[in-house]
Design a protein around this ligand. Structure first.
Ligand code: UD1
Length: 343
C-alpha cells in the first residue's frame, strides 16, 4: 500500500511542484488548500503531469474543527508537508495580524491534530529570511538566527520555535524545517509554475512579466550595495530541485533515518547571483533585451546571502542539479505558456 502524505498549500507554487515529486516517488498525496492564492485546477494539472490526480480538500487550516473532521476520515497518514501560509513580505508589514493569525494558528492547529491522530512526521516550509543579513557567508544551519525583518519572516522564525518546542514535548513527533533560499522557475511541462496575483514582488516573475509586456520596466532595487556589481545577491534555485528535497525529507522521517527529532536544513545551490546577473541570465536564455532601470534600495532588503547546502547534501542525499539559466528558461517558458494559452 502506498504511504499517504498530506501537502498543505498543495495548489500553491512550491506545494504543487512537491506534490508532483511525491506522487512520482510513489506516495499517495492529498492536497489541502483554502485557494486564497491558487486555483483548484492545479490538482488536475498535477494529474496531467503524473497520471494521478490527487484529491484536493478545500478548507482553511485555521478552522480546527474542519481539520479534525478531515483527519477522522483519513487515517494512516505518514507525514504532513506544510506549505500553507501567506508569503508577501510587504503585505505582512501593513497587515501583521493577518500574517501572525494565519501562519501561526494553522501551524498550531496542525501540530495539535498530529498529536491527537498520531501522525508522526512534519516537514515545514521555512526560509533563509531567518538569518537576516549574516556576517559570514555562506550560511550554515549554525549561523545565528537574527531578529526578523518583517512579520512574514517572524512567522517563519516563530513557526520553527513552535515546532521545536512541540517535538520536544512529544517524543512521538518528529519534524524537519527546510530553509529555502530563492526558489524560481517552473515544471518542465509548463503545466504548473508561479502564478502571482497582481503585481509580483519577487524578481523572476517581475522579469518575465516585463519581458512579455505586462509590466513596463523592471526596477533594480539598488546598485550601491557592497557587492561586485552593486546589486543584491541571492541564491536562486530551481523549484523542481527544491521540491525533490521535500521527498528526501519525507523519506528520511518515514524510514527513521533522522538523527534527532527536529532537524533543520538549508536548501540552496551554494552560489550567489546578483540581480544584474539574474537579468543577464534572462537575456541570454530568451534572446530578449530586458527593459530595466536602477532604482533606490527596497526597504528591508538584505545585501547578500547564499547557502552552504552541505548538510542537506550529506544528510538528505540532495543537491541542486539545475543551473540558473535552466531555471530561468523554465520560468520564461511558463510565462509564455500562461499568456498564450487559455486553458
Ligand atoms: C524574500 C525573502 C524570502 C521570502 C520571499 C517572499 C530574504 C533573503 N528572502 O526574498 O525568504 O520567502 O521574500 O517573497 O529575506 N528585486 C529587484 N526588483 C524587483 C524585485 C526584486 O531588484 O522588482 C531584487 C530584490 O531587491 C532582491 C532580489 O531581487 O535583491 C530578490 O528579490 P525577491 O525575489 O523579492 O526575493 P527576496 O527578497 O530575496
Amino acid at each position: 500500500m502506498k504511504k499517504k502524505v498530506i501537502v498543505t498549500g498543495g495548489t500553491g507554487y512550491i506545494g504543487s511542484h512537491t506534490a508532483v515529486e511525491l506522487i512520482s516517488a510513489g506516495y499517495e498525496v492529498i492536497l489541502i488548500d483554502n485557494l486564497s492564492n491558487s486555483e483548484a485546477s492545479i490538482a488536475d494539472r498535477i494529474g496531467e503531469i503524473t497520471g494521478i490526480t490527487p484529491i484536493l480538500e478545500v478548507f482553511d487550516l485555521c478552522d480546527a474543527e474542519r481539520l479534525e473532521s478531515f483527519l477522522r476520515k483519513n487515517s494512516d497518514i505518514e507525514a504532513i508537508v506544510h506549505f500553507a501560509a501567506f508569503k508577501a513580505v510587504s503585505e505582512s508589514v501593513s497587515k501583521p495580524l493577518k500574517y501572525y493569525r494565519n501562519n501561526l494558528l494553522s501551524l498550531m492547529n496542525l501540530l495539535e491534530a498530529m498529536t491527537v491522530h498520531n501522525i508522526p512526521s512534519l516537514v515545514f516550509s521555512s526560509s533563509c529570511t531567518v538569518y537576516g543579513q549574516p556576517g559570514i557567508l555562506p550560511v550554515t544551519e549554525e549561523t545565528p538566527v537574527q531578529p526578523a525583518l518583517s512579520p512574514y519572516g517572524n512567522t517563519k522564525q516563530i513557526g520553527e520555535e513552535i515546532i521545536r518546542d512541540t517535538v520536544t514535548a512529544n517524543n512521538r513527533l518528529k519534524a524537519v524545517s527546510l530553509r529555502y533560499f530563492n526558489p524560481i522557475g517552473a515544471h518542465p511541462s509548463s503545466r504548473i509554475g508561479e502564478l502571482p496575483r497582481g503585481v509580483p514582488e519577487n524578481l523572476v516573475p517581475f522579469i518575465t512579466q516585463t519581458a512579455i509586456g505586462l509590466r513596463e520596466t523592471l526596477l533594480v532595487y539598488g546598485n550601491d550595495y557592497n557587492t561586485p556589481d552593486g546589486s543584491c545577491i541571492r541564491d536562486y534555485l530551481h523549484v523542481v530541485d527544491l521540491a525533490k528535497a521535500h521527498v528526501e525529507a519525507v523519506n528520511r522521517l518515514a524510514s527513521g533515518k533522522n538523527k534527532t527529532n527536529y532537524e533543520i536544513f538549508n536548501l540552496g545551490t551554494g552560489n550567489g547571483t546578483s540581480v544584474l546577473e539574474a537579468i543577464e541570465s534572462f537575456e541570454r536564455i530568451s534572446g530578449k533585451k530586458l527593459n530595466y532601470k536602477i532604482a533606490g534600495r527596497r526597504p528591508g532588503d538584505i545585501e547578500k546571502i547564499w547557502a552552504d547546502p552541505s548538510l542537506a547534501n550529506q544528510e538528505l542525499g540532495w543537491k541542486t542539479v539545475s543551473s540558473l539559466d535552466e531555471a530561468m528558461r523554465s520560468a520564461w517558458k511558463w510565462e509564455i505558456n500562461i499568456r498564450t494559452k487559455t486553458d
